[in-house]
Ligand binder design. Structure first.
Ligand SMILES: NC(=O)c1ccc[n+]([C@@H]2O[C@H](COP(=O)([O-])OP(=O)(O)OC[C@H]3O[C@@H](n4cnc5c(N)ncnc54)[C@H](OP(=O)(O)O)[C@@H]3O)[C@@H](O)[C@H]2O)c1
Length: 231
């Protein structure tokens, strides 16, 4: 599928996998809406995109907030109708379940699960359901297998796969819904979780971005609602 001229919302676009995905989409001629909380990071990514001749709109957004997600989609419509949604924003903590407090658990679920729900719902309500589009939800290898000290994060990423599969049954083929499950990727998140690791062995955020963009272009054949593993 030709992506040139389409409008994409990328959440968590300020750094890591989201920033790499936004930049790669922009290189394909996509107009990208960059959404995360830290304005300075979004502006840096937008500058990089515009220096390369691409188009980007920064909309500081907390995906946990219904009002902010609504406002972000309203702002996005200034670029045209949103046909691509990349739900990438996410947070993680590494703690044994016994040491995890309720606020930490709630924050992971609110960001990683409710944030995906809110953005999918707003995209569909803003016209994607009628006119079609593609949604890619970033889960994780930890959405398929439990890992010690990551119970809240694993629970949230398993939930993203369930949401993706269920939504695909509701809206495909008009709206194509997929998940991507990356393995360890060299980003701020990974480095903060596993500071003791050898980062040179990790895949780059650009590698995951390539898989996401390949899905958007229809270059990867995948059943609706299923997950592309990037291990
Ligand atoms: N790195 C890995 O090894 C790996 C592996 C598998 C899956 N993943 C998943 O890939 C996605 C991207 O992770 P990453 O490794 O690139 O992490 P990262 O570098 O920490 O980037 C996370 C992005 O999400 C944004 N974000 C966090 N909370 C948000 C909120 N409430 N509202 C809006 N944006 C929010 C952050 O910006 P602000 O803090 O400024 O809001 C940031 O832009 C996540 O869903 C993660 O779970 C990562």
């Amino acid at each position: 599928m030709q992506l040139k001229g389409k409008v994409a919302v990328v959440t968590g676009a300020g750094r890591g996998i989201g920033a790499a995905t936004a930049k790669l989409l922009a290189q394909e001629g996509v107009k990208v809406v960059l959404a995360s909380r830290t304005r300075s990071e979004l502006e840096r990514v937008a500058d990089e995109i515009s220096h390369e001749g691409g188009e980007a709109l920064t909309v500081p957004t907390d995906v946990r907030s219904v009002a902010q997600v609504k406002a972000m989609f309203a702002a996005a419509s200034e670029l045209g109708r949103v046909e691509i949604l990349i739900n990438n924003a996410g947070v993680a903590i590494r703690k044994r379940l016994i040491d995890t407090d309720e606020k930490e658990f709630d924050n992971i679920m609110a960001t990683n699960v409710k944030g995906v729900f809110l953005c999918c719902r707003e995209a569909l309500r803003s016209g994607m359901l009628e006119r079609g589009g593609i949604i890619v939800n970033v889960s994780s290898g930890m959405g398929k297998m439990g890992f010690p000290e990551l119970s809240a994060y694993c629970a949230s990423k398993f939930a993203v796969l369930g949401l993706t599969e269920a939504l695909a049954y509701e809206v495909s083929p008009k709206v194509k819904v997929y998940a991507v499950c990356p393995g360890g990727t060299d980003t701020a998140m990974y480095r903060s979780l596993y500071p003791e690791d050898d980062f040179s062995k990790l895949r780059s955020p650009e590698e995951v971005a390539s898989a996401i963009v390949a899905l958007c272009k229809g270059e990867v054949k995948l059943d609706y609602g299923s997950c592309l593993e990037v291990y």
